[in-house]
Design a protein around this ligand. Sequence first.
Ligand SMILES: NC(=O)c1ccc[n+]([C@@H]2O[C@H](COP(=O)([O-])OP(=O)(O)OC[C@H]3O[C@@H](n4cnc5c(N)ncnc54)[C@H](O)[C@@H]3O)[C@@H](O)[C@H]2O)c1
Length: 346
Amino acid sequence: MSQVFTKGIEQLEPLLKKLNVKKFLLVCDSSFPYLNIKDCIESITIDHVVFNQFSSNPLHDDADKGIALFIDEKCDCIIAVGGGSSLDVAKCIKLDSGSVVPLVAIPTTAGTGSESTRHIVVYRDGKKESLGNESVIPNYVVFEPKVLKTLPVYQKKCTMLDALCQGIESYWSINANSETRKLSRKAIELIVANMDKYIGENDEKAAEKVMEGANFSGQAINLTQTTAAHAMSYKITSLYKLPHGHAVAVCLPEVWETMLKCNPSEELMKIFTEISLELGYESPSKAISGFRSMMTRFGMNNPTSFGNREDEIKELTTSVNPVRLKNNPIQFSEEQIAGMYERIVG
Ligand SMILES: NC(=O)c1ccc[n+]([C@@H]2O[C@H](COP(=O)([O-])OP(=O)(O)OC[C@H]3O[C@@H](n4cnc5c(N)ncnc54)[C@H](O)[C@@H]3O)[C@@H](O)[C@H]2O)c1
C-alpha cells in the first residue's frame, strides 16, 4: 500500500481539509499536552474527540474503549500522535472496527517506524500479541522532527536503538532482499552518523536524520520482519519493565555473537561483514564490541534479576515466539536461548 509522506505539522490542517474530514479521532498519550505540536493540532478548525486511555506497551483491551468512542462519535478519520504505543493503538482501532477511514500518523519518537508498518504490537496477560495487516499501514504520515525536542534523553536512546536494531535485524533476516537491504542500509547509515549529536546535543538537524532513519527501519521490517533480538526482547520488557528499544538492544549483541559462534555460511558472513561496515567496523566481532561500547557510552545497562533468577531465565526462555525466530538466519536451540538470557540478565 502506498503512503503519502509530508513534512511539517502545518501541513496537517490542509491535508484534513483536502480529505474533507468532518470529525477526527485523535489518538495520543499522556505526553500530548507537553508536545510543541499540540497547539497547532488543537487549533485545527475541524471537530475532534480525543482517545488517550492507554499506557506504553498498550494492552489489547485498551483499544476496545477507543473503538467504542470512534464508532459512537461517527469519526471519519483517525489521527495518531505519539510513539509506537499511540500509533499501534490507533492501528488497532482501525483494524478491529473494520473501518476504511484514512489513518494519519504523526510520530513523536524516532524509533519504531510503526508509521510505515502493517504490524501492531499489543499485550494481553503480559504476553505480546502481533496483529495487523496491510490495511492498517497509515495512509498519511506527517513528520515533524521538532517534536523530538521534548522526548526525554533516555526515551531518545531507547527509541533510536530500536530503530538501529530493526535496521540490523532486517538486514540479516531470511526474508531480506536487495531492495529491503537498501532500506536497512539507509536506516543504519542515518542513525550511526547522527546518533551522538541527536542524543548528546539535542541537535535539530540530527533529530531530523534519525527520524528519517527510523522510518526507513520501519519500511524495512515491514517487508522482512524482525528476528531473534526482537523475539527475545518482549518478555524482558514485560518482566523487567525495560522499554522496548532498550530490551531489544541488550539482546542484539548476544544474538549476533551466538550466531558468529555457530559457524555461519560464507554468504551469511558476507552479510554480517556488510552490516559491520555500515556500523563503521571492519569485522563482525569488532562491530559486536563496538555495539556493546555504544551501550556503555549511553549508560544502557542490562536488566538484573529481582527474585529467583533461575525461574526468570526459564520464563524468558519459554516466552520466545518460534515464528519470529524462524526469520533469524541461524536457528537457535532452547539451550542456546537460555544461554543468551543467562548472559543478558545480571
Ligand atoms: N507496530 C510496529 O511496527 C512496532 C515496531 C516496533 C515497536 N513497536 C511497539 O511500539 C511501542 C514502543 O513505542 P516507542 O518506543 O515509540 O515508545 P512509546 O510510544 O511507548 O513512548 C515512550 C514514552 O515517551 C513519551 N513520548 C513520546 N513522544 C514524546 C515526545 N516527543 N516528547 C515527550 N515525551 C514523549 C510517551 O508519552 C511515553 O511515555 C512498544 O509497544 C513496541 O512493542 C511497534
